[in-house]
Design a binder for this molecule. Structure first.
Ligand code: HAM
Length: 422
């Protein structure tokens, strides 16, 4: 009996993987351009990190974590997101002590969430994320957003909508929380059990409930914008004017609530507006998390970041009909005829590869015609043909597949000939 892949995961095979490589390359290149450096953290962490970091009352911690006990009886969890691990690392490695603050980091790593799989939602997915740690300048909020938009736009996406909100500072949130409790409490029994549990712990999360989203109390719920204190208002205004300065368009949505507990001030999501994108339209999400470093044992460190999954990015590219130009063609295919030529082709191929030329040969003892077919399928630019006659003359017959032109080249000079692109 064969064994299948686990639900919500997928294999990325040749033909598809080139797109991933291209996107990863773009993400790395844009990150470097914005002066963000790569960080890699372990795939698993202590479960406590996510309970404390992401928040005990969130769906991620309540329902979606891949948690296991290891042989040393420790509770470990496959990371469901990257912000808590990066913050742990920032504290543990005392990155707050580095001279170059803010510390600007990026990661491209697999994440794991036990969610109901559907298009755009998987149990293992790859996030490209960035975290800018150690600055409370609203301009860096705009920088983070602009980085995400740059990656999307340079890959060819056009139908994007940036949704922006503020969750305010602790004081504003407290006042908003009280207003939310007063709003929902009298009729809370009309809501799902999750919402009932959220009422006192984290009423903001009620606004994010998928089951009760059409309840009439949702629309009339008090908005955070009415509860912002002066400082939070000013902060939000400055983020907006930095975005304006970069000509980045956005829409304000006071109901935008992120699914993780660590956020304050700026929160944002980038959605795809492409037709036929499917039910899940959020391409990426992020926001400011000024309290998290302190919560995880470090000094007060205002921070902001975002994450996008590469899976959803690929879906958006597909929905917009963008094809990525991937470089797959082979430069040279060596066709060998006869035993002696076959043996010689081994060293010829080695010569080509050492010269940096992408090349290959037949390993299935194919006839000449089939070898040509293979070269064709691999879209080889040149086919170098070696038969008995060529061998005695010490040459190889090189056919330029585009022009059809055939040239006799001294074997030792094959790589030079190809490099000259004749
Ligand atoms: P998040 O909104 O939970 O935020 O996830 C960010 C992005 O990860 C989503 O917008 C989506 O692209 C992708 N994503 C999440 N779950 C799945 C899934 N099951 N399948 C496919 N893609 C998924 C965070 O993770 C925060 N750590 C972002 C952040 C960084 N905030 C500040 N810094």
């Amino acid at each position: 009996m064969s064994i299948n892949i686990p639900r919500g995961t997928k294999d990325i095979l040749p033909g598809e993987v080139e797109k991933w490589q291209l996107i990863e390359q773009k993400a790395k290149e844009v990150s470097a351009r914005f002066n963000y450096k790569e960080i890699r953290t372990p795939i698993f962490e202590h479960t406590d990190l996510f309970q404390r970091g992401v928040g005990d009352s969130t769906d991620i911690v309540q329902k979606e974590m891949y948690t296991f006990t290891d042989r040393g009886d420790r509770s470990l969890t496959l990371r469901p997101e990257g912000t808590a691990p990066v913050t742990r690392s920032y504290v543990e490695n005392k990155l707050f002590g580095l001279p170059g603050q803010p510390v600007k980091l990026y990661y491209i790593q697999p994440m794991f969430r036990y969610e109901r799989p559907q298009a755009g939602r998987y149990r293992q997915f790859v996030q490209f994320g960035i975290e800018a740690m150690g600055s409370a300048d609203p301009a860096i909020d705009a920088e983070v957003i602009s980085l995400a938009m740059t990656v999307y736009k340079e890959l060819g996406l056009k139908k994007l909508r940036l949704v922006l909100n503020t969750l305010g500072d602790i004081e504003s949130r407290k006042s908003h929380k009280e207003a939310l409790i007063a709003h929902f409490e009298p009729r809370i029994e009309e809501f799902c059990t999750d919402c009932q549990n959220r009422l006192t712990k984290n009423p903001l999360r009620i606004l994010d409930c998928k089951k009760d989203r059409d309840h009439e109390l949702m629309k009339s719920a008090p908005s955070i914008l009415e509860h912002l204190n002066e400082e939070s208002k000013t902060y939000f205004e400055e983020v907006k004017s930095s975005l304006d300065a970069m000509n980045i368009e956005y829409v304000i949505d006071p109901t935008l609530v992120r699914g993780l507990d660590y956020y304050n001030h700026t929160a944002f999501e980038i959605m795809s507006e492409a037709d036929g994108f499917g039910a899940i339209t959020t391409l990426s999400g992020g926001g400011r998390y000024n309290g998290l470093v302190e919560d995880l044992g470090g000094p007060a460190t205002p921070s902001i970041g975002f994450a996008m999954s590469l899976e959803r990015l690929l879906l958006a590219l597909e929905a917009e009909g963008v094809t990525l130009e991937t470089e797959e063609d082979l430069e040279c295919y060596v066709v060998a005829l006869g035993d002696e030529a076959k043996q010689k082709s081994v060293s010829i191929l080695s010569q080509l590869r050492q010269a940096g030329i992408k090349s290959d040969k037949d390993y299935l003892d194919k006839k000449m015609k089939a070898q040509f077919k293979a070269a064709d399928r691999l879209k080889a630019k040149y086919v170098a043909i070696l038969g008995e006659e060529e061998l005695t003359k010490g040459i190889i017959n090189v056919k330029n597949m585009e022009s059809g032109e055939q040239t006799e080249v001294v074997i030792e000079e094959l790589s030079t000939f190809i490099k000259q692109g004749k």
